[in-house]
Structures are given as C-alpha cells and as structure tokens.
Design a protein around this ligand. Structure first.
Ligand code: ADP
Ligand code: G6P
Length: 764
C-alpha cells in the first residue's frame, strides 16, 4: 500500500492485540511454523503495518510458552505469555464468555464471574507492562479490541508520554445492555485512557458516548469527550468516533486476476460437479454468524423443492474458533449434525448438496472460492463489520455473483447494493436466497459494480488515513502542550469528507449560483448542555463567511431557536438570510427579495391568549422541575431537558409536555432533548422554499441534524444536496458523522470555489 509512510509522523508504532498476527503451530513431529491468525482484525490491520513497520505485542496462541521477541518482515513481534489458567479465565472466560456475547446483542447468555474479571484485569496489566517496556519515547500505541479494554488507562499511568489509540473491532452494545456488566464503569474508565477510540459504526460510537456520560459524567461535545481535570492530571479530550474498517481492496483484486487463481476457481466448480449454482458461506464457526439460520433456510428450500439438490451446492467454510468455550462447542455439534442430516436426506451417491469445510485456507484458496461462488451468504445475527462481504465484492471484477447480506452486519451500512436480509426472518432469508440464485446477469452486474465501488471508496488506505490521521493529530496536540491542557478538541484537525460527498461538493462549487443553508445546533455548533453556551465552530463560521463573499452564493441559517436565542451564541450572520423559530421569523433578505418571501404577520389576539395560557400552565407544571428550562419564543415555547440529571426522567417529562401541548392545540415538534410548542404551524422546509423563491435559481446545499431538518430534506430536489449530520433516520442523501465533518464539507466547498484554504484550526 502506498502513501502510508508518513501516517505516524515518524513516531514508532506499537500494535497491541490479544493475538499476534501469526499463531505458532507445532506439528506432530515437533516442528514449529507460523500461520496467519484467524479473524478480520489481522486481515484489516496487517496491510497497514506491512507498509509502516511496527512493534507488535500479543499472545502467540499456545499455553504457557515463554518466547523471545522475533522479527517477521517489517514487524518486530513481542510475545506475551498466557498460562493455561489465563486462557481459561481471561480469554475463554471474560473475553469470550462475558464480553463477546454481551457486545453482540446477547445472542448467547453472557456469564458474569468475579474470578474471570480478576484475571482479565491481571492479564490486561501484563500487556500494558510489556508495552511500557518496549515502546520508545513518544510512540503511538494502538490497542485492539475487547480483550484489552483496560490497557489504555493502565498504559497512560505507566507511560504518559505515549499517544494511545484504541480500536474496537466488534460492536459496542447499547447502553441498556452494557448496564448489565458489573464492572461497567471500570471498562469505560479503562477505554478513556486512550486519546482516540475508534468504532466500526456510528451507532457504536453514539452508544459509547452515551455510556460514558451515564457512568462517568464526562460530557461529550460532539464526538469529543471532555475528561475533567483531577488532582494528578490536567483536563484532556478523547475522540470517540466511527471509522468503519476495510480491506486492502487492490491486493484482493490482484489475487483474483491471477490466471492460476481463475483456473483454480474453475477446478473447484468442476470438483463440485459443475452445478448450475454454487452458494458459499465463509465464517469463523461462531454463533454470531447466523450459520444455523442459514442452514435452516437452505434445508427448508431443499425440502420445499425450491432448490434442486442436483443443480445447487452450498459450500460452508467454517474456520475453527474458540473450541473450548461451551457455546462454540454446542454450535459445532449442531452445525455438523445438521450438515449430516441435510446430506442424508437430499444427497445422492457422488453428490451432496452441502459441503462443509471445517478448517482454515490460504488467501489464494479463499479468493478462488469467491470466484467460484455465484452467491455469497453473509448472514450474521450481529457483526461489527464483516470483511468477507467486502472481499467477495472486490474479487468479482467480472461483475458476476450476488451478495446476500445481513442488515445486522456493520458492512450493510456501506454495501447497500447487496440483497439485505434479516437473518431471523427465515422466510425472508429463503426468498433472498432464491432471488439471488435466479438474479438476471444485468442486475448482478449493476449491483456488483456498485458494491465494488463502495469498497474501493473506503478501502483500508482510506480508513487508515482517517483513523491514523486522528491519532497523529492527537500526538501532535500532545507534543505541542506536553501534559498540558488540550484546548481544541483533537478531531478539529481530523474530520475527513466522505468521497461521495466530495464528488457532489465539487459539482456544486462550479455552479454560478448557489444557496447554502444550514441548521445551527448539532450541525455547525456542537450540542452542549446549556443552549446559551453553544458556539459555531470557527471553521464553519469562516467557511460560510468566505462563501458568502464569493459571488453568486447566499448563505442561510435555518434554526429552531428564536432570533434572540441565536444572538446569544454570538454567531456572526451579517449578510446572511436567517430564519428563526422553525421558519416563523425571517431576516436578511433585502426589500425586493423579501417581497417574494413574505413571513406570516404578528400573532392575532386569539393566538396571543392561547400562547399566554399554555405558557402559564407549563410554568406551573414544569417550571420548578430540576434541570428543566422553558424558553419563550415569539410564536410558542420550548421545553429543554438537557440538564435533567436522569435521562429516563427527562424522557418522561418530555412525554408529559407533549400530552399537555397537544391538549392545548399547539403544534408540537420533537428535537434532541427538547420539545417545541407553537401556536402556528410553520416549518423549515416551507421557509426554505420561500427563501429559494426570492433568490436567483440555483441548487441548494443543506446541512441539518435534527427531526425538524427533515422538513427541509423533504423539499430538496434532485440537483440539491442534503447532508444529515450524525446518526438517525433521514431522508437526506448524504451523511456526515458530526459537526466537525460538516464544517470540513463547508471548508472544502469554500476552498474549491475560492481557492482559500480554511484549515481545521481556523481563527474565529
Ligand atoms: P471475524 O473478524 O469475526 O472473523 P470477518 O468477516 O470480519 O469476521 O473476517 C474474517 C477474515 O478471516 C476474513 O479476512 C476472511 O477471509 C478470513 N477467513 C474466514 N474464514 C477463513 C478460513 N476458513 N480460512 C482462511 N481465512 C478465513
Ligand atoms: C474477531 C475479533 C478478534 C479476534 C478474532 C479471532 O475478529 O474481533 O479480536 O482475534 O475474531 O478470534 P480469536 O478468539 O481466535 O482470537
């Protein structure tokens, strides 16, 4: 992989994971060799370290062996010893009997044992001590996955000079599930020792930030967590953000182009009896992967006669995994029983509809299998990402093949052109399998091309640039103020604009006239506890100023705040069109323009009376609730609950307010920890159309984060660009994770239009 060399700014990179990237294998004759460790972690991370070089601290895969450090290619491997008891309590116990099921939506029952936890702590400390010994001054240490969540804080204590990154390769559970863990606060504190915490999906990062706020009260400002000062340490920030992992797409594609691999794929089909359809499943033998559901669907299709066992073969590759853990042992027994039963019932002499391969294969053989398969079934019940799905897509440069993909795999966020299925719905799964087996070539081509593009758009180099870019920014911030207060959240320098948005912004930048409209809170100003403390990001302010000054552009701010509430934030909006109170207030158009965009007149007497009555009732009922803030607006009132200490109580208060507001005939709008009540219905979509009608024709770029911004996304046309900021359902065509990335989009547009570069630390 090219372009990786400067990713660490010349600092040493130390990888830490439970397993080294290679496992030590001793054969019967006592000869030892090394083979690539199982799982997606190594597939994703290995290409990065191959080009960067690193020290890698981890376990060599067998019990009680003390091994000296050794080198493989550009890696210096430092083995950590695990005794038989460590493996039982820390690895099979706490890591894979407690955390793995808990983090995968409790598909299996997690067990909580104090003995397991104690050993987890001890082994994490051992890893931290090894790293502290080998890492050079100022190195970047990258800790991987759920087995080592306490290492970041332990390491920070031992070696404050290090920059510590953590990446969770599996999902982070919703707060209500994480709450089960008796040691939940300790785990959160362990992770917060890192400077950057990466997750697979936005939902994981959001769940983590909520969990942090619940158990530590360290507030999150966008995707930055603010760790308050303590007696021994100054305040600092932790970036907790999603960085969906990927593969070295080109290296898989190159393997798939090799003539001998293509020939091998042909031979595989021949060996299978040249069936019309080859289906494939490739997984570690893990209960999260949905193998049982997949086999059940296949079995029923054979029994129903929908699949003909004489012309279809399903190859299930299941690599051995965690074989001493009960749930895995049970799974293996069950899967092997099912395979025997299905073949017994539907096979003929010389022909079995199910081929089950319980072992690891070389990369070449895996790629040949992908090329041989007409359909790949990736149907996990829950999966952090799933790289097998991505590997299949990039190997199919022939544009043939169909990917059936579970919506519960992180990969489903990116691979929208797969046949998406809910694996719990066996009928739906069966329908998708049949559809895949009969998909016309033209549709296969169209889908496969888009799937491939999606993987190339975010391949491992792009992923590493985002993640390591963030880590490097943290390292630089640390160097600038060693041990001191980091005043600017680190991700200010790191947000990178997704490629699909970059392309659309490029097109917009070249057009003669343009309306750039944005919401305020949660979009260009990170959400904070007290609305009056919200501030527009300096980069966004500067980009909007530059754009407003560039000919042909108008900037519009569409906010739910009243104009006076907006003024409290100090945003500079001279020359902009500004609409407040969800479209009820509008300023900034000149007289001629304003004639085209009339705003509703002042309140009638009846409306004033209604509003006064509702306001009195709200003040009486909710006015003295701790943390509740009532905001009086020109056309209504808003109830904010950001400062209510208990989140459940906040939800109940909001629900009660809605009942009351509706009973009073008010128009109700939902926002994040706010409900707005208005005597008049108006919305941001309507006001955007008014503003648009008053200005020269041209497309609109709109950015918004909240439910009320959906009214705008709804009225956008095909030439407009709508960008949702943050998680949640949306009608917008594009999404960025947070306000910092929204500011980066605006800065990119400003730069493309004017040539003025607005850096991430733009002066306000
Ligand atoms: P997980 O990390 O949970 O195992 P992923 O799908 O993300 O799941 O990654 C699995 C990785 O392991 C992929 O790179 C895949 O090619 C590889 N793999 C899976 N099964 C085998 C096997 N039997 N032999 C060799 N490699 C395998
Ligand atoms: C997944 C996990 C990795 C793990 C791998 C193999 O990919 O995210 O952390 O290493 O599975 O599991 P094992 O228990 O064999 O290391």
């Amino acid at each position: 992989m090219t372009g990786m060399q400067d990713m660490t700014g010349g600092r040493e990179l130390v990888m830490v994971s439970n397993r080294l990237p290679v496992d030590r294998v001793v054969d019967e004759a006592g000869n030892t060799s090394w083979r690539t460790s199982p799982g997606g972690l190594v597939t994703a991370v290995e290409p990065i370290v191959q080009s960067l070089g690193c020290v890698w601290v981890g376990w060599a895969g067998s019990a009680g062996e003390r091994l000296d450090p050794f080198d493989i290619d550009t890696m210096h491997l430092v083995p950590v010893e695990l005794s038989e008891e460590d493996i039982e309590l820390y690895y099979e116990g706490f890591s894979n009997g407690t955390l793995w099921p808990l983090y995968h939506d409790v598909i299996a029952q997690p067990e909580y044992h104090r003995e397991w936890w104690d050993r987890y702590r001890k082994v994490n400390r051992r890893f931290a001590e090894h790293v502290a010994e080998v890492a050079s001054e100022g190195a970047i240490v990258w800790v991987h996955d759920y087995q080592l969540q306490l290492v970041p804080a332990m390491l920070r204590e031992l070696r404050p000079d290090l920059t510590i990154a953590f990446f969770l390769h599996i999902p982070f559970p919703p707060s209500r599930l994480f709450a089960q863990l008796p040691w939940r606060r300790k785990i959160v504190e362990g992770l917060l020792g890192a400077d950057v915490i990466g997750f697979q999906q936005t939902t994981d990062a959001v769940a983590f930030r909520l969990t942090v706020e619940r158990y530590t009260r360290a507030p999150a400002l966008g995707n930055t967590i603010m760790i308050p000062e303590t007696a021994d340490a100054p305040s600092r920030t932790v970036l907790a953000q999603e960085f969906p992992i990927s593969i070295d797409a080109e290296s898989f594609a190159a393997t798939a182009r090799r003539p001998e691999i293509i020939e091998r794929a042909r031979r595989i089909r021949e060996d299978l009896g040249d069936p019309r359809t080859v289906m494939l499943g490739v997984d570690r033998l893990d209960y999260t992967k949905g193998i049982r559901h997949r086999l059940k669907a296949f079995d029923e299709l054979l029994a129903d006669g929908e699949i003909d066992p004489t012309d279809t073969v399903f190859v299930q590759v299941a690599s051995p995994s965690r074989e001493r853990v009960d749930a895995y042992r049970q799974l293996r027994d069950e899967v092997e029983g099912t395979v025997g039963r299905v073949n017994g019932a539907h096979g003929t002499i010389g022909r079995a509809p199910l081929v089950y391969l319980h072992r690891g294969f070389s990369r070449d053989e895996m790629v040949a299998l992908y090329l041989a398969a007409d359909v790949l079934l990736v149907t996990p019940l829950r999966d952090g990402m799933n790289l097998v799905a991505k590997e299949y897509a990039v190997c199919r440069a022939d544009d043939r093949g169909v990917l059936v993909l579970s919506e519960f795999a992180g990969a489903a966020d990116e691979l929208r052109d797969a046949l998406l299925v809910n694996p719990h719905d066996i009928e739906g799964l069966k329908a998708a399998i049949v559809r895949a087996a009969h998909m016309p070539e033209e549709e296969q081509r169209r889908r496969m091309r888009r799937l491939r593009r999606a993987v190339y758009d975010n391949d491992v180099a792009h992923w590493a640039a985002g993640y390591l870019g963030a880590v490097q920014a943290a390292a630089e911030a640390k160097q600038a103020e060693p041990g001191g207060l980091v005043t600017e959240p680190v991700q200010v320098m790191t947000s990178f604009v997704p490629r699909s948005i970059e392309d659309r912004v490029r097109r917009l930048a070249a057009l003669p006239s343009l309306l750039i409209a944005t919401d305020f809170d949660g979009t260009v100003a990170p959400i904070v506890s007290r609305p009056q403390d919200a501030r527009i990001l300096s980069r966004a302010q500067r980009a909007l100023d530059v754009l407003q000054e560039s000919g042909g552009v108008r900037v519009a701010l569409l906010t739910g705040r009243s104009l006076s509430g907006l003024a409290e934030t100090g945003v500079r909006s001279e020359g902009w069109v500004v609409s407040g109170s969800h479209g009820s207030e509008l300023v900034g158009l000149d007289a001629a323009e304003a004639g085209q965009a009339p705003v509703d007149g002042p309140l009638t007497d009846a409306e004033q009376q209604a509003l006064a009555r509702v306001t009195r009732r709200f003040e009486r009922i909710f006015g003295s609730e701790p943390g509740v803030r009532l905001e009086i607006k020109p056309f209504g009132l808003a109830m904010h609950t950001r400062e209510v200490p208990d989140p459940e109580q906040a939800e109940e208060l909001l629900a009660a307010a809605v009942v009351l507001g509706e009973a009073e005939g008010m128009h109700v709008r939902e926002g994040k920890m706010v409900r707005e009540f208005s005597v008049r219905s108006s919305d941001k979509g309507t006001v955007l159309q008014r503003i648009r009608a008053a200005l020269p024709a041209g497309p609109v770029l709109f950015l918004g984060d909240d439910v009320t911004d959906e009214d705008v996304f709804r009225v956008l046309g095909p030439d407009d660009v709508g960008i949702k900021v943050g998680p949640g359902e949306t009608r917008a065509g594009e999404r960025v994770p947070d306000p910092h990335t929204a500011a980066a989009v605006l800065a990119l547009l400003a730069e493309l239009r004017t040539g003025i570069v607005i850096g991430s630390s733009a002066p306000s």
